[in-house]
Design a protein around this ligand. Structure first.
Ligand code: ADP
Length: 455
């Protein structure tokens, strides 16, 4: 509306308020131009012709006067009879203006004798060095333009009203369409800021707002997910920390009250305490590892290494399970399994996957590991025959701190960090991870690493 108002004010100023001075300036310039041209041409051959041409142009009257004010041009029959002179007062004014002027010409306005109009007068001196000088006198009536201005004024009133009404309508429309959706989204975003994850972001107004609403909805979803994970983590961690602590405390009490004197029992109880402490230590290590490894992943120490050999090395750490817990672990290799990778990190990924295989195998304790070299990549996979993973969980198991509820059968303090580490490590090596699993059907975890070997 302000914009429309400014345009209207400019129009009013130009068309109504200043139109008279505009008109006057225009006319003055026009007449000065003609006068100067004639003064310039005086004494040349074209002067006569030009004088005639200009004399007949509309709205201007040209006279040439002699020193007495008698008209020497135009001289037609009527003039000869009357030999008119420029009226005394007017001629004096004319001469005065010319004499006081700094240049050879002058333009001034003067009231008309009988009519209520102004005339613009040009005065110039015609000199050619020989004979007496003459005066060039041009005048034109400054025609009143009041009636035109009135017409314009009426038009402008109508235009102003239309412009204001239109701009008011437009601003209402725009504020509806632009501001309202933004206000609504702001309100929802405030709700989100207060922790309400069920807020809805209004869509359907225009593309940009729809995009914003989509982005915010996505952010809400992510926030909700990480909030749930955070809650789960606290629940899990407190539970996992609490259990070993309870065990440690009760065994300590037992040593104090009962088994202190009995070396065999005491030994057993002390061992349990040590085991539980180890378990607690592992849990804390896992959590520290995650932050440490994730910062280390930014600078991988890439070296040539054989993935198969690495797997065998890692497996040695699990020999206890083979020998004492009845695990049957098969490792098969096919093709060249050399890759360029950070040995420590890759072995950590392999370790985590084998560790999960062992932790989640209950009755069928077979594990089959395949390390296959393909043309551009090497693929590692481990198959177990444990409880498997439900479809609804498959998307989440790679998330940090996510721990499946039902499949947790072995009495192991998991932190939900293992798989997220595997994923971070493999992705940092520009590889891929995946899992095929169904409840009751066991699981097959795999990753691939690009060879990255220089030719
Ligand atoms: P953690 O094992 O410490 O709970 P992980 O990140 O290693 O954490 O695993 C996340 C979840 O994925 C586990 O809680 C479990 O539910 C599921 N999972 C991982 N590996 C297996 C597997 N081999 N068989 C069945 N479920 C698994």
């Amino acid at each position: 509306m302000i914009f429309a108002a400014i345009i209207m004010v400019i129009l009013w100023l130009l068309q109504i308020v200043f139109i008279n001075s505009f008109y006057k300036t225009m006319k003055t310039n026009e007449i000065r131009k003609i006068g100067n041209e004639l003064v310039e041409l005086y004494g040349t051959e074209e002067f006569q012709q030009e004088l005639l041409d200009k004399s007949f142009s509309e709205g201007i009257v040209i006279h040439i006067l002699d020193q007495n004010g008698s008209v020497v041009y135009p001289l037609d029959i009527m003039d000869l009879v009357r030999r008119p002179r420029l009226q005394g007062a007017a001629f004096t004014e004319f001469l005065n203006q010319l004499y006081t002027s700094e240049s050879d010409s002058v333009v001034y306005t003067s009231g008309h004798d009988s009519l209520d109009v102004e005339t613009i007068i040009y005065g110039g001196i015609l000199e050619n060095g020989e004979g007496p000088n003459y005066f060039l006198f041009i005048n034109t009536i400054l025609e009143p333009i009041d009636s035109t201005v009135n017409v314009l004024k009426n038009q402008l009133i109508v235009i102003t009203i239309i412009a204001l009404v239109l701009s008011m309508g437009l601003s209402l429309f725009l504020s509806r369409r632009l501001s309202e959706p933004i206000a609504s989204i702001t309100k929802s975003a405030k709700g989100l800021g207060e922790g309400r994850y069920d807020v809805e972001f209004r869509k359907g107004d225009y593309l940009e707002i729809d995009n914003l609403a989509d982005t915010l909805s996505q952010a809400t979803k992510e926030l909700k997910k990480s909030e749930e994970l955070r809650r789960d983590l606290i629940a899990n961690v407190t539970h996992d920390l609490k259990t070993p602590l309870t065990v440690i405390k009760s065994y300590g009490e037992m040593i104090r009250d009962i088994s202190g004197e009995n070396p065999e029992k005491r030994e057993y109880h002390i061992n349990t305490i040590i085991q539980e402490t180890d378990r607690l230590g592992r849990l804390v290590d896992d959590m520290l590892d995650l932050t440490k490894i994730q910062s280390e992943l930014r600078e991988l120490k890439m070296k040539e290494m054989g993935l198969f050999e690495e797997t065998e090395e890692v497996l040695e750490r699990f020999s206890y399970f083979k020998e004492h817990e009845g695990f049957d672990i098969t490792v098969r290799s096919n093709g060249d399994t050399n890759i360029l990778g950070d040995k420590l990190k890759i072995s950590q990924a392999v370790y985590n996957l084998i560790n999960n295989g062992i932790n989640y195998s209950i009755e069928d304790k077979r594990l089959i590991i395949d390390v296959d070299g393909h043309e551009n990549q090497v693929r590692f996979s481990i198959r177990d025959f444990g409880p498997g993973i439900g479809e609804d969980e498959l998307d989440y198991i790679w998330d940090r701190y996510y721990r499946g509820g039902k499949s947790h059968t072995r009495n192991k303090t998991g932190s939900g960090i293992g798989l997220s580490l595997v994923k971070s490590i493999i992705l940092a090596h520009k590889g891929q991870v995946g899992v095929e699993s169904s409840p009751g059907g066991g699981s097959l975890f795999w990753f691939t690493l690009p060879r990255n070997l220089k030719e």
